[in-house]
Design a protein around this ligand. Structure first.
Ligand SMILES: [Zn+2]
Length: 96
C-alpha cells in the first residue's frame, strides 16, 4: 500500500499523488510552485492581527445569524391579521 507523496494521507496504487493532490500539482504546473506557495502563505497563514480580524468577523457573522434566527421566530407584526396582544397596562377597548 502506498500513500500520496504530497498529502501523505490518501492511499494511491497507481500514481504518486491522490486525486486531490494531482489537481494541486496541475495548478502548480500552471502557476509555478513559488507562486502557489506565495498564495498559500498570503491566504492560509495569518499573523496574530489577521487572526483577530478573522475571529471578530466570524463572531459578528455568528451573532448576525443568531439574530436572524431570533427575528424568524418573531411574529410578523406587519401582517394585517396580526393583533397586538392585550397587556395589563394596555387593555383592549371596544368602545367607539
Ligand atoms: Zn494527496
Amino acid at each position: 500500500m502506498f500513500t500520496c507523496q504530497l498529502c501523505q494521507q490518501e492511499t494511491c496504487y497507481i500514481y504518486k499523488y491522490c486525486d486531490t493532490c494531482q489537481n494541486v500539482k496541475r495548478i502548480m504546473n500552471c502557476y509555478g510552485a513559488k507562486e502557489v506557495l506565495a498564495i498559500l502563505n498570503r491566504v492560509c497563514l495569518r499573523n496574530t492581527q489577521q487572526q483577530d480580524y478573522k475571529i471578530n468577523k466570524e463572531l459578528k457573522e455568528t451573532f448576525k445569524k443568531s439574530l436572524d434566527k431570533t427575528k424568524e421566530n418573531d411574529v410578523d407584526k406587519t401582517d394585517a391579521s396580526y393583533e397586538t396582544p392585550i397587556t395589563r397596562n394596555k387593555k383592549k377597548t371596544n368602545s367607539i
